[in-house]
Design a protein around this ligand. Sequence first.
Ligand code: PGA
Length: 251
Amino acid sequence: MKIIITKNYRELSKKAAEIVIKELQKRPKMVICFATGSTPLGLYRNLIEAVGEGKISFRDVISFNLDEYYPIKKNSKQSYYYFMFHNFFNKIDIKKQNINFLNGETKNPEKECKRYQKKLKKYKIDLQILGIGVNCHIGFNEPGSSKDSGTRLVKLEECTRKENSRFFKTKKDVPKMALTMGIKDILSAGKILLLASGKKKAKALKKMVEEPPNKDCPASFLKLHKNVIVIADKEAACLLKKQKFYAKRKL
Ligand code: PGA
């Protein structure tokens, strides 16, 4: 796990974009799995700019997305489907037929998860983009998730619903369930880029970095992967004991 600590969110987003741009320039036919949430928005803005400047193209990229609320209508403003199209996909040159999503409208979540899992097996993910929850979740793999978990329907923790209620009218409106890729799916990616910003992520980041892999902190399972880059801004990294050590070293 390599940890890069940046001055602020702006630098974090720039650094993350540099990494994605470099990978994409090397391999234009990449399979990328995207994350939703406030944290990757700056990265997505930088990538949109890079497409506009002709530095990169998503023409040959196959995309997956980590998770989706359940149940939710695609055209609901709170769906991750809407979020990704509105904030990113509509502004780059990715082909609609190359975009893969878990369908929050399905009547049969089990079948839907099987379908997605099958597709994930067909296209191995080259680059996985992740945020981290205040409870250490990655995707919607809440505490208690096993390292062997696959794509599935999960119950959201109350703290996750509370955290995400900022996107809804009230907390009551936040769905109680979600469809998510599992830890095993995430760990099967060639390279993983995790972004953490702000003081409220400091505890989760500390747990992830300092604890051995364990179910209470699903993000700690990333330690089992050989190619993980964590980019954290100073606020998110403020509880890490050895900031300078982490900033320079490959763990
Ligand atoms: P956030 O969400 O980027 O909106 O903080 C991160 C997450 O829950 O994975």
